[in-house]
Design a protein around this ligand. Structure first.
Ligand SMILES: Cc1cc2nc3c(=O)[nH]c(=O)nc-3n(C[C@H](O)[C@H](O)[C@H](O)COP(=O)(O)O)c2cc1C
Length: 180
């Protein structure tokens, strides 16, 4: 019975990166280092059939150092009109292999490519916003590959809210209904 809900999650995920303006296009990525949680908004760039999903980022951004210490991340997606929340625990892999990055880089629109080429690392202090210098030669683009291990699905609706926890095992995800 929970299989159709898993399919719904997969479809909503795909819509998230295919449909412009879909509320899953941006999600909250949570990391933790030294017991301090840190959250930020990122863009959903791709979803694979096993539900591994991708984020593009700058290799020098603080989140990368955090993930090197603790590769277990959280991802929170919310669809306001459907009142659907999907909270994911995933294992993060930092992709830096140039051959693997090439395909992703080719899909980055030209006007966005500069976002990964600032001379100073993201988070460095500057005097004014217009004082960021971009390099023509060097890019710090990398991909975060996030592989879910647990998915918490919650659909707020009448007469019954529906909550399902999906745990990953050797064959895929196994779901069980939970008290919302
Ligand atoms: C709408 C929106 C989309 C964003 N998308 C990304 C993204 O796809 N990748 C990214 O690294 N940062 C993205 N950011 C910036 C992050 O929220 C964050 O400020 C930045 O990555 C630095 O995070 P860190 O200091 O934890 O590394 C986005 C911010 C906003 C507001």
């Amino acid at each position: 019975m929970t299989e159709s809900i898993l399919q719904e999650i997969k479809q909503e995920f795909i819509n998230g990166y295919v449909e412009r303006g879909h509320p899953f296009r941006c999600f909250t990525l949570g990391t933790s280092q030294n017991n301090v949680p840190r959250l930020r908004t990122v863009v959903l760039r791709n979803v694979l059939p096993d539900m591994t999903f991708m984020v593009y980022t700058d290799l020098r951004s603080p989140k990368i150092e955090t993930i090197k210490h603790n590769d277990i991340i959280s991802a929170l997606f919310y669809h306001p009109t459907k009142q659907l929340q999907i909270s994911i625990t995933a294992k993060a892999e930092i992709i830096t292999n140039p051959n693997e990055l090439k395909t992703y880089w080719e899909n980055v629109p030209d006007h966005s490519k500069k976002d990964y080429t600032s001379q100073l690392a993201p988070g460095s202090p500057i005097n004014l916003p217009e004082n960021v210098i971009y390099s023509d030669e060097e890019s710090h683009f990398c991909v975060l590959k996030l592989t879910p291990t647990y998915i918490d699905y919650l659909h707020i609706k009448r007469p019954n809210h529906i909550r399902v926890g999906f745990s990953k095992n050797e064959t895929g995800f196994k779901g069980e209904f939970l008290v919302p």
